[in-house]
Design a protein around this ligand. Structure first.
Ligand code: PLP
Length: 490
């Protein structure tokens, strides 16, 4: 959807060139000009668009700055090879970290509230729409479970460590992540979030420093905040994840008590550490005797090929506490996760018992039965493929509708995108304005204890692609452009 350039009125219109630049970009996107093609001369385009030659020149310069066009002496402007922005990865911080108190809880709660409002287009929360979940299969299991003669089996506490059959299934499936726990090594929790909180409580105390990737999932930051611990944000790269060098330096400099990493398709970057980096982190942390809390909640959602190994696969000393759940793959509503706690396992089991006695019995039985039925791997193959397509579609729409200079991650697993907009686009402002238009997004500052990432947003691609969703993205792009031009105030 190209923006219409306003007619030139002779008044000073400082932002007109941005509209012109945008129109040219849309033409390139639509394939009217291919890499290496010469763009129309300044005069020709000025006549076509009814704007001044200076405006066209400014627009071309802008596209040159954005890496889309290149000037050639005495010849004009040409489309650069590989000109379009989706290949550009958003930047993350490379600043040396220092510990900080987290304060994202209130903002996160406001955002959660917005995501529960009816009629919202849900691009904010990293939650798969029900459409993508194996609901038929689960319903079949649920009907069976609810038969009157089965009721006697689930009206009881399933005390820690939790349902035997489910733990057997989880232990068996861990093979594909490269480690082999016994069912006794598994504790069932209320989702991955509880697994993370119990692990932090087992390892660290108030005031301790916890190293995390930056940006990181806000639930991890809030868990640390609620336990009055401090966060040390270690830079992470959109492709390769946490910087092992920066982590090594931080370990020398600070008394880090634990480290929390999502090594495969992390939230929000979608980064996946390679095997070498996973092994290096396992060794580095073991050397410093610093436990790793590994969050592998997206590990089964590789778009192509086998699922990546967990860092736990390289753990020789019980130093890695492995946390995961079925929230991204089977159903977030069931609230079933697990932890394999290494040398902290017993303590975590006891803390689970203290926290809430048990995870709901029918939910565990339902999942145990679902996993035993064998259809899960087929379902996973389909859904991974679907998420790859959803990500491609959402990326294309962002390229089409968002301001020039926008950068997007290219994750090879999971279903979320991290987007860096031009500096003038304030993510919190965009969040509030978008909410007024019934569109929920997750603003960047939520993913940092220091409220960095002020012009970044995270979008969820696990939402059925409808005309309403497409126009929501178009509208979001327009709103971002409005912020860029300074025409939205709040
Ligand atoms: C990286 C990460 N860890 C943990 C969680 C929480 O998972 P659960 O819903 O299983 O508690 C989420 C949910 O968004 C997540 O993205």
């Amino acid at each position: 959807m190209a923006t219409q350039a306003p007619r030139c009125t002779g008044f000073l219109q400082p932002m007109l060139y941005l509209d012109v630049a945008d129109q040219i970009k849309q033409r390139i996107l639509a394939g009217h000009y291919l890499p290496g093609d010469r763009l129309p001369s300044l005069r020709t385009l000025s006549d076509q668009l009814k704007v001044s030659i200076a405006t066209v020149q400014q627009a071309y310069r802008r596209l040159e700055n954005d890496g889309i066009l290149e000037p050639r002496p005495q010849s004009g402007f040409y489309v650069k090879p590989q000109a379009m922005p989706p290949t550009a990865a958003p930047r993350t911080t490379m600043a040396l970290p220092s510990p900080s108190i987290v304060n994202t809880g209130e903002l996160a709660m406001r955002i959660l509230h917005a995501t529960r409002m009816p009629g919202m287009i849900q691009l904010g929360a990293a939650v798969p729409d029900t459409y993508f979940l194996p609901t038929h299969s689960l319903q079949r299991g649920l009907r069976q479970l609810l038969k009157p003669n089965n009721a006697q089996h689930w009206h009881h506490y399933e005390f820690p460590p939790g349902n035997d059959a489910l733990r057997r299934q989880i232990a068996r499936r861990s093979d594909s992540a490269g480690f082999n726990p016994t069912p006794e090594d598994i504790l069932i929790t209320n989702g991955c979030q509880e697994a993370l909180i119990l692990s932090l409580r087992a390892i660290a105390r108030p005031g301790d420093i916890i190293a995390v990737e930056s940006p990181t999932f806000y639930g991890i930051l809030q868990a640390i905040e609620s336990l009055q611990m401090k966060v040390l944000e270690i830079p992470a790269h959109p492709h390769s994840g946490i910087s092992v060098e920066a982590l090594a330096m931080a370990l020398e400099q600070w008394p880090i008590k634990a480290c929390v990493i999502t090594p495969s398709f992390n939230n929000p970057l979608g980064a996946c550490m390679d095997e070498g980096a996973k092994r290096a982190v396992a060794h580095l942390l073991a050397q410093h005797d610093v436990p790793l809390i590994e969050d592998d909640i997206y590990g089964e959602l590789a778009h192509h090929g086998p699922r990546p190994s967990a860092i736990k696969a390289y753990d020789r000393k019980g130093n890695v506490v492995y946390c995961s759940s079925f929230s991204k793959t089977i159903s977030p509503g069931l609230r079933v996760g697990w932890v394999s706690g290494g040398r902290f396992h017993e303590k975590i089991v006891y803390l689970k018992y203290l926290a809430n006695f048990a995870t709901a019995t029918p939910n565990q039985q339902l999942l145990a039965e679902f996993l035993t039925r064998q259809g899960y791997d087929r379902y996973l193959r389909e859904i991974r493929n679907t998420y790859a397509k959803q990500i491609a579609r959402l990326s294309q729409a962002i390229v089409q509708f968002f301001p020039l200079g926008t950068k997007i991650t290219q994750p090879v697993g999971g279903f979320i995108l991290w987007i860096e907009m031009p500096r003038e686009c304030d993510a919190l402002k965009l969040y509030y304005i978008a909410a007024e238009h019934q569109i929920a997004i997750a603003p960047g500052p939520l993913f940092s204890a220091k409220r960095k990432y002020r012009h970044h947003i995270r979008l969820n691609a696990a939402i059925p692609w409808t005309p309403a969703v497409e126009s929501a993205i178009a509208q979001l792009g327009q709103l971002a452009k409005g912020l860029q031009k300074g025409t939205h105030h709040r």
